[in-house]
Design a protein around this ligand. Sequence first.
Ligand code: NAD
Ligand code: TYD
Length: 336
Amino acid sequence: MNLLVTGGAGFIGSAFIRYVLSTRAGTRVVNLDALTYAGNLENLAAIDGHKDYRFVRGEITDQPLVESLLADERIDAVVHFAAESHVDRSILSSKPFFDTNVLGTLALLDAARKTKLARFVHVSTDEVYGDIDAPHEADEGFPLRASSPYSASKAASDLTALSYVRTFGLNLSVTRASNNYGPYQFPEKLIPLMISNALTGKPLPIYGDGQQIRDWLYVDDHCRGIWAVLERGAAGEVYNIGGNCSLPNLDVVRRILTFTGASESLLTPVADRPGHDRRYALTSGKMERDLHWSPLMDFETGLRLTIDWYRANSEWTQRVQSGAYRDYYEQNYGSR
Ligand code: NAD
Ligand code: TYD
């Protein structure tokens, strides 16, 4: 099978490419990535020079480029990760989120339609469901109530993708995963930011009361789930992929303090995120029933593995935290 992976130099896309090339012999991967601040070819150093891998630097909004890749590389399936992915950045500046997440997805869908692509997996997020009151959990039929510009752009892309199934008969499935964590995650999201700051003795900024709840999914479990959907998912279906691990943020951060040995005094309450979703919760019953997938990693082991990785790869972190990262940090946290 020939796969086009978009956003394969990012956190989850690179984990997916490493997973595919190490477990699925006979699959060739073409990685289309614009290398934004979040894209990093170092994440793929392990497969550099692999005979079944090709990297193409380019924008998903560039439909002629996508069409020529689909045709020239005889692509059988697209797995679409490329996105602007961070809520706080979408609050600072929304437009890139709609350019990439909505118009970029549209360009891919049109290219897929024109070239009669056989299969498409659109990777999305549980954030499209918005706040969920306890004890409820969102299933795939739950209404979309996106709260942030990020989640609104993902909800728009989900609906557009699904419209191409109904209108044009595209063989496409949508995945909606909960919060991922693991090695190579850009240190702007909660877990890698807190690990990186704890390891270097910097303050750990807790938004509001720290009691917001997220469900945590180890990135390799997510990759296995996406593969299952690619192989066995049905057209027009949405699949929630969760980690069965709901925790308040402060609990997660306290575990990071314990496992890194950093001091409690680093905990620093800061002004809350505007429009902050209080609780995400989803059920992945459909993945379990229909595709026989369930998450395998327990949170303590996954978190320890992740901390070990950041400890062993401090140079990777230092490199991604140079220049533009400092400007972002000042913009997001400076006045909080
Ligand atoms: P990331 O920010 O780490 O990586 C995004 C990648 O997309 C980068 O390599 C970037 O260079 C590339 N990219 C951005 N704009 C592009 C464009 N216009 N053209 C080509 N490439 C472009 O993101 P991630 O955390 O790996 O998330 C991947 C996908 O999974 C996203 O669609 C996201 O919405 C979804 N998702 C993420 C999480 C999470 O917790 N991180 C959870 C559920 C779903
Ligand atoms: P984040 O990793 O940005 O993911 P999400 O897309 O779910 O918002 O944030 C996870 C949670 O952690 C969310 O409730 C916001 C909170 N948070 C902090 O308290 N401090 C921080 O510095 C960051 C980045 C996040």
